[in-house]
Design a protein around this ligand. Sequence first.
Ligand SMILES: *[C@@H]1O[C@H](CO)[C@@H](O)[C@H](O)[C@H]1NC(C)=O
Ligand SMILES: *[C@@H]1O[C@H](CO)[C@@H](O)[C@H](O)[C@H]1NC(C)=O
Length: 186
Amino acid sequence: MALSLRFYGVFVVLLVSLLLSKASSTSHHEHHHQLKSLHFALFQHETINRTGYIVVNGVGGAGISQTTTPFGTVFVFQDPMTVTANRSSKVVGMAQGTSVTSSLDGLQSISVAKITLRLKHHSGSVSIVGGTHNVKPSDHPVVGGTGDFLFVQGYVTSSPVNLKGLTVVYKIEFHLYWPPYATQGS
Ligand SMILES: *[C@@H]1O[C@H](CO)[C@@H](O)[C@H](O)[C@H]1NC(C)=O
Ligand SMILES: *[C@@H]1O[C@H](CO)[C@@H](O)[C@H](O)[C@H]1NC(C)=O
């Protein structure tokens, strides 16, 4: 009797510790899913010699065309961002930044930008840095933010929508995540 009780006790301890380890791994998993996040898309409009300028000429490689710039070209922009691809739609953001042509075929660049956002429930800025391809979608890591976007992480995907004409349009998809320490107490 005493023996079987002890055996039963060991069994209960084992069962409880099993359940606890399962519970802790589950709660870790759920915690990940509870990260505050925000997903939305805006449209960036860039007009050559009006919102975006070449400030340093490149040194070689590809020539200037609708989609290429010579290696080393430094471009600076301040582009409005709207809620639809129509330039007349509501402006809710501004992208200020610079890009340097970094591939000899003239199609890729390294971009740094601060995107100021005035959304319904969030205002502030996100800063991004990464490689941009002129004719293919590119992911740019979000390195941080200000205001309601303080400590924000994630990435933005930039995809060309219209590369013809004086104003080129890119769709910018935001995937923003607030780490736990950014949302504590809010
Ligand atoms: C933009 O300005 C530069 C320098 O004045 C000029 O060479 C270029 O042709 C202009 N580009 C367009 C598309 O107007
Ligand atoms: C863009 O929006 C304006 C104003 O709402 C409208 O008049 C125009 O037809 C729209 N353009 C396109 C291509 O949808």
